[in-house]
Design a protein around this ligand. Structure first.
Ligand code: FES
Length: 120
């Protein structure tokens, strides 16, 4: 049967602790480029790939509670990933958890489970 889940990976990057409000930072976790942003005091993680033409969002800036892509200036909500005014697809966002041993990010996955064993 098909199952969905979340794989949690630790984010080892000391720069995140000092990330200022409204600042963007590119961090690669398990070969996935991510755009981290601190907004309203909360750290958020988005795919560092604009859904419009695939450019990195981490080169952009924040405006009115949104991450702005530096190429065509589309705005994305860092909590939901929603593109403002529905101008293009939404950007993928990822859950974060601060645990005793560090910051973790959750990557969703879908796999096929046979006799209780996930195939990938
Ligand atoms: S590539 Fe991001 S808005 Fe066009």
């Amino acid at each position: 049967m098909m199952v969905e889940g979340t794989r949690w990976r630790r984010v080892d990057d000391d720069r995140l602790a000092g990330l200022a409000e409204g600042q963007l930072l590119r961090v690669v976790v398990k070969e996935r480029p991510l755009c981290f942003v601190r907004m309203n005091g909360e750290l958020r993680a988005l795919a560092d790939r604009c859904p419009h033409q695939g450019k990195p969002l981490s080169g952009g800036w924040c405006d009115d509670g949104h991450v702005v892509c530096p190429y065509h200036r589309f705005h994305f909500d860092p909590v939901t990933g929603k593109a403002r005014h529905g101008v293009c697809s939404n950007v993928e966002v990822f859950p974060l958890e601060q645990r005793q041993d560090g910051l973790y990010i959750g990557f969703p996955y879908t796999t096929f489970r046979v006799f209780g064993i996930d195939l990938w």
